[in-house]
Design a protein around this ligand. Structure first.
Ligand SMILES: [Ca+2]
Length: 249
C-alpha cells in the first residue's frame, strides 16, 4: 500500500499529538498497529505518555513532515485476507497544530520483471507480436509498436523465415543486433540517421508484403539497382581517395 501525506502535530519538548495506521482482519473488531509493515517513511517518533494521549507511548507520525511525503507498506503478510485500514490521530489534553492530510491511497502489486529476450526461443516467435523483437528498428523508432516495424516484421516472417538462407540471415541479425540496438537507443542523435538507413528496407518490406508478384519484381530490381549504385558510388569515392593519397598533386 502506498499513500501520500503531510502532517504537523503538536510538539515541543516532547511529541504530544500524532497519527498511526492500523489494520483489522476481523471486520474492525480488533485493530493492529501497521507500524511493522512500513518499508518507506514509517513512523518518525514516540508519543508522550504524560498528557493523556490514548496513543501515548506508541510509535507514530509526529512533529512535522515539511510537506507531502510518500509512505509505503508491504502487505504481503496479509495476502488472502479481508483487511481494513484506518488512519488514527491521537491527541493529548490540550493544544493542536495543523493536523494530518492524507491523499493518493493505493493498493498495488509488483509484477515480476519480464526477462530480456533470449535468442533461440525468440527465433521461433514469429507471430508479429510486439515481443518478437526487431532490435535495431525498435531502437531507432523508439517503440516496438510503429507501423514500419510491423512491416519489417511481416517481411521477416513471410519471406526470410520461409527460406533457409533468410533464416540464417535472421539468426545472424539476432545475434549481432542487440548490442547495436543498445548503442542506438543510448544515442538519440543517431536515431534519425538509422531511420534513414532502415527506410529502404521498410520500403522493400512494404513492397514485398503488400503487392502483386509483378510489382514485387519491379521493386526488387529497383532496390538492387539502388544498392548497386550506392556500392559503385562508394567504390568510386574510395578509388579517388587512393589516387589522391598516392599522388597528392
Ligand atoms: Ca494536543
Amino acid at each position: 500500500m502506498h499513500f501520500k501525506h503531510a502532517y504537523e502535530f503538536e510538539y515541543g519538548a516532547e511529541d504530544y499529538d500524532g497519527g498511526v495506521v492500523e489494520y483489522s482482519t476481523d471486520g474492525g473488531f480488533n485493530w493492529n498497529d501497521a507500524g511493522p509493515l512500513f518499508i518507506d517513511n514509517g513512523y518518525n517518533g514516540t508519543l508522550s505518555s504524560a498528557w493523556q494521549n490514548p496513543l501515548g507511548g506508541r510509535q507514530a507520525f509526529v512533529n512535522l513532515s515539511n510537506g507531502y511525503i510518500s509512505s509505503r507498506l508491504d502487505l504481503s503478510s496479509l495476502a488472502g485476507q479481508d483487511v481494513r485500514f484506518r488512519f488514527r490521530i491521537g491527541t493529548d489534553e490540550s493544544g493542536d497544530y495543523t493536523g494530518w492530510f492524507i491523499d493518493d491511497i493505493r493498493i498495488y502489486t509488483c509484477e515480476n520483471a519480464t526477462p530480456p529476450p533470449s535468442l533461440p526461443q525468440d527465433l521461433g516467435k514469429t507471430d508479429g507480436s510486439p515481443d518478437s523483437p526487431c532490435f535495431i528498428a525498435t531502437a531507432a523508432y523508439g517503440s516496438p509498436y510503429g507501423n514500419y516495424i510491423d512491416l519489417l516484421r511481416a517481411f521477416r516472417d513471410e519471406y526470410l523465415m520461409t527460406h533457409p538462407i533468410g533464416k540464417k540471415w535472421v539468426a545472424l541479425y539476432y545475434r549481432y543486433s542487440p548490442p547495436m540496438a543498445g548503442f542506438i537507443a543510448d544515442h538519440p542523435k543517431m536515431r534519425k540517421g538509422v531511420r534513414l538507413i532502415i527506410l529502404p528496407f521498410v520500403a522493400l518490406s512494404a513492397g514485398m508484403v503488400q503487392t502483386t508478384p509483378i510489382q514485387k519484381g519491379l521493386i526488387f530490381c529497383f532496390i538492387v539497382g539502388l544498392l548497386l549504385g550506392m556500392a559503385l558510388l562508394y567504390r568510386g569515392r574510395k578509388a579517388e581517395k587512393w589516387v589522391s593519397l598516392i599522388d597528392p598533386s
